[in-house]
Design a protein around this ligand. Sequence first.
Ligand SMILES: [Ca+2]
Ligand SMILES: [Ca+2]
Ligand SMILES: [Ca+2]
Ligand SMILES: [Ca+2]
Length: 319
Amino acid sequence: MVKLAKFCAVVCALIIVGFAIPADAEQEELQVANGKIAFVSNQDGNWEIYSMEADGSDISRLTENDGGDFEPDWSPDGTQIAFRSYRDELMADNYVMDADGNNPVKITDSPYNDDRYPSWSPDGQRIAFTRMMPHSSDIYIVNPDGSDLTKVVDGNGEIFNIMPTWSPDGSEIMFSVNLDPTEVINEAYSINKAAVDGSAQQRISAGGMNTTGNLDWSWANDHIAYFDMLVWGLAIYVVDKDITNPEPITTVVQDGSEFHKYPSWSPDGSKIVYEGTLTRQINSDIYIVDVTTRAITNLTSSLDDNDMMPDWQPIFASR
Ligand SMILES: [Ca+2]
Ligand SMILES: [Ca+2]
Ligand SMILES: [Ca+2]
Ligand SMILES: [Ca+2]
């Protein structure tokens, strides 16, 4: 009996291990990890996009031209970056380039409109963005090669719909709605959601949420990071996808001198990188906050210029 039990223990273990290893290995290969951070800086005189390691080291310039380059957003496989640029026109268009800055391609072309806030879908097949007009803005979705441009949310000449972010399953977009840009009172702003074809649009924020956007929906933990305008200051908040129970992640001195904005989740959902200007600081830096411990790290304290609009690169590592 003892021998049989031993034999069974060995064989059963082999069977379990035999089946378990390939399945686990496959899952581990698909594990998303935190890569580099892309950001915008004027350290070389013009607004350019840079990348750096998540500890602030190894800064490398990815764009070099006389027009402003803004709002980098990594593709979900971490190989490309979508961004807004004024390199060709007075009114910005959206572009896609490789992670090292090579092969920039213009994907929108609107001579009389600013195209802003490009946001990559989780499957990498589509990019949502905002087309600004004098009194409103619309949300469009386009392929990363510029084909198949589709308007999905219409501001009807009176509503600003800005900064789209995608749900983890890619079926919905969430965006910030601003009824009147001159109005900074609660009810002027809301967070809305729609299916990717623009149908089923609904307001999901309760009255009183005072956000101008910068929404970033985590595909790891299904929560949304955004900034909230407190009294004379901006702080980073996290909220569940139904926009209930907002939780402050950073705190600011509420004297109008401290601003935290442009939050971007780490791909593993544990941290948020953001643009911060602190009291008595004359230029902005890139900060990381650990969502659990609230520990804060300044990645660009050595850079005497404005460092802003960070976005965290997803990479896929087998552990
Ligand atoms: Ca530039
Ligand atoms: Ca992003
Ligand atoms: Ca344009
Ligand atoms: Ca700085």
